[in-house]
Design a binder for this molecule. Sequence first.
Ligand code: SAM
Length: 328
Amino acid sequence: MAMGLVDNFQRKITYLRLSLTDRCDLRCFYCMPKTFTDYENPADWLLPAELERVVKAFSKLGVRRVRLTGGEPLLRRDIQDVVQRIAAIPEIDDISLSSNGVRLASVADPLHLAGVARLNISLDTLRPDRFKAITGGGHLERVLCGLKAAQAAGFEPIKINMVVLRGVNDDEVTDMVNFCLENNFTLRFIEAMPVGSTGRSAVSHYVDLAEVEQRLAERYTLEPAVMDGGGPARYVRVAGTALRIGFITPMSQHFCATCNRVRLGVDGTLYPCLGEQYSTPIRPLLRNDCSDKALSEALCRAVCMKPERHTFNEAPAKVVRFMSQTGG
Ligand code: SAM
């Protein structure tokens, strides 16, 4: 344990993604079914003090970065309390948040003050009608207001995450580049993954991001770039501008060999790999007043179950839970 969290393939785990809820106020068709109601029981959600305890245990084992996600983490009313508790853990030097931005306008300031430094906002389209269609009724204007509030609050960087889907939004790649150029956002394109039945249905719209990069290279001069963040994106910079564009390619060029993360579901289920059904329940330990040693040992055992790589291409039907349930 002195070595921290190292899995069976010598990957060091330094990054924890914490799901604060499996609920969401949008219904992106590739993520959660429109009629889904089989949520975790709120009595089973980890409480702020329990989240703090788990993050502390992870931090003693070498985790340095925490991302709050979901579902939609801004639906969690105690999110500020959660952030403050995590920000007070000395070993944690980076707290970031993934959000759809719908509720961001009213909480951007307090979240920044509480200790969230970086934001990833999901935004697949800049067209209000299309936004409604993709998200099952969402209002684009609310996300745009949220982004403005986030800039005013001082978040830096703000990354826009766009899942590129053929016949859905692939004609907006350049519009999104211009939007991010104008607003000083970082842009990341993501390949659709067969996570849950919804993800599998979206794979028929799958776009290999090499194709997107090729299209962009015909229009802009792209230079290799780096960006801090601990994630798997490969970045380029649009020459002569500050715009960085990231490509997240789990399907066409997986990055499992450098995976440094695990995910904790809202109910305290630990998922060592997004692409595997395997999980370890941590909540029973927390609610049975386990010792710090027992908790650390359970985290180490779970990390040892991390597979060498996902098998989204070879076994696309393997993961039955939805992205919103794992903490995407
Ligand atoms: N609600 C937050 C948000 O919108 O960022 C956090 C959770 S959401 C599940 C996290 C990310 O997962 C979003 O960028 C979403 O587009 C992405 N996502 C969901 N299902 C996906 C899939 N099947 N393939 C690729 N990305 C997916």
